[in-house]
Design a protein around this ligand. Sequence first.
Ligand SMILES: Nc1ncnc2c1ncn2[C@@H]1O[C@H](COP(=O)(O)OP(=O)(O)OP(=O)(O)O)[C@@H](O)[C@H]1O
Length: 538
Amino acid sequence: MERASSLLFQGTHFNRKKFASDIAIFNKKKEAEEVDLVVSDEVEFNVPLMEEQETVGKSGKKRKRKGNKVHEVVEGFSVFKKSSVSEISKEASVDDEIAKKSVHEARKQIDQQIERDSIFRKKHGIHISGTNIPSPLQSFHELRSRYACKLYLLRNLLQRGFKDPTPIQRQAIPMLLSGRECFACAPTGSGKTLAFLCPILMMIKAGGKDCIQAIILCPTRELAAQTTRECKKLSKGKKFHVKLMTKELTRCGDFKKMPCDILISTPLRIEYAVKKRKLDLSSVKYLVLDESDKLFELGFVKQIDSIVKACSNPSIVRSLFSATMPDTVEELARSIMHDAVRIVVGNKNSASETIKQKLLFAGSEKGKLLALRQSFAESLNPPVLLFVQSKERAKELYKELAFEDINADVIHADLTQSERDDAVDNFRSGKTWVLIATDVVARGMDFKGVKCVVNYDFPESAAAYIHRIGRSGRAGRSGESITLYTEEDVPLLRNIANVMVSSGCEVPAWILKLPKLRKKKHRPTRDSISILPDEINE
Ligand SMILES: Nc1ncnc2c1ncn2[C@@H]1O[C@H](COP(=O)(O)OP(=O)(O)OP(=O)(O)O)[C@@H](O)[C@H]1O
């Protein structure tokens, strides 16, 4: 009590005896006011009541109070309040200290993690830009510890022989699992397909009722078919409905009754189904644009636009993947994506470093055929992929090689779907040693073990070059490419040479001094390939 009154009257000096009656009146007034305080402050500070009583205040409201004597209660409360405030503030400052320390500790740990992540990314050639980027995957097992990945998927990864994630998988998988939109650029054959399939399989429901939950768009039917096969292999053991949008499905599919979790297609077929057959894409949660720079080219961009609009789910996660990503595509992508993260593995727009690239001057069209013959005779080991600039030239070259009894086949857009499928299957299985192709198989096709890619006709752009030669040297294997050129190809020579230099290949110095080509593409008209006598050609 003494301590209480000394606290109560701290700083006041007056004669208590002389003013005793005033003090009594004053105390009565205070009693009522401070009872109010007890009630309100009890609530505020959560003061435990020793003995609860009810009293009626001036306002007539029932109030709770502690103790027998109001005065004591008031003093007690005041003391309690004052000491509580100081204790609380002491405690609070201790709490503050602890909080500050733990915030500091947490910050330190975050900083250390950021540092570790950045060292790890550097080691794997991963470059990122964006905010709040999740840590890269150290191993596939982390899919389970960090993201509760189901065992069937880990088992399937292991069965496919995938021991460790590739750099693009290390960063893109956690990104998509965190619901972030991204555009990813990584070399050909570096496992981009798994980088988008894996998170989709982890995030959507197998046999979900909502119908289509994920859409993967590819520029060619062959690539769509390949991705469908890959998705089915990865989802083995789970009842996912993985569908390839075939011509029949586009025209006659009953989309309302069709069970489909993941739909894989070229843009034209989906656009047709949306516009003419009322295919509903409003439940799509994941939209992947594989070979995205190709999909943003003139022939596709309108279809892509209408598909993106039809995928109206506001929480959709969209992602773009390719080995080449021009700045214009990045800008376009940024304008439609939310807070997208950019992931680049290695040098942007460069060829895989596992491919030994060669340039060979052939003088003329006839010189090209002679150079090819010589290469077959001396060093070319099958399987070999030969690229030409048009379907007409593919047919011409096929005739030449068939005449020489070379085990060759051809693939181009004039063939029926089943002829195209057969050409791909026979080349894959080793029945065909040499496949002559237009750019229809230049992107994304995973022909394991292609020893050499020959650019019989010079590619029309640096991007086309990167994708063509990328059919060899996949998944860390070594590969080879030979690019024949004539005088007509010189304008684009420097661009291709730059790609070669950036992936560590040597080129003659004079090529690098050639004037820069303003246009991105160059497609010269060429003389016919044939050197066969006319009567054989007829
Ligand atoms: N983690 C992994 N470990 C080993 N091999 C892998 C791994 N992930 C994927 N692969 C294999 O690597 C090969 C190339 O993968 P994928 O076709 O996805 O490459 P990509 O980056 O999409 O190439 P492109 O740019 O040509 O489309 C495939 O045969 C695939 O099975």
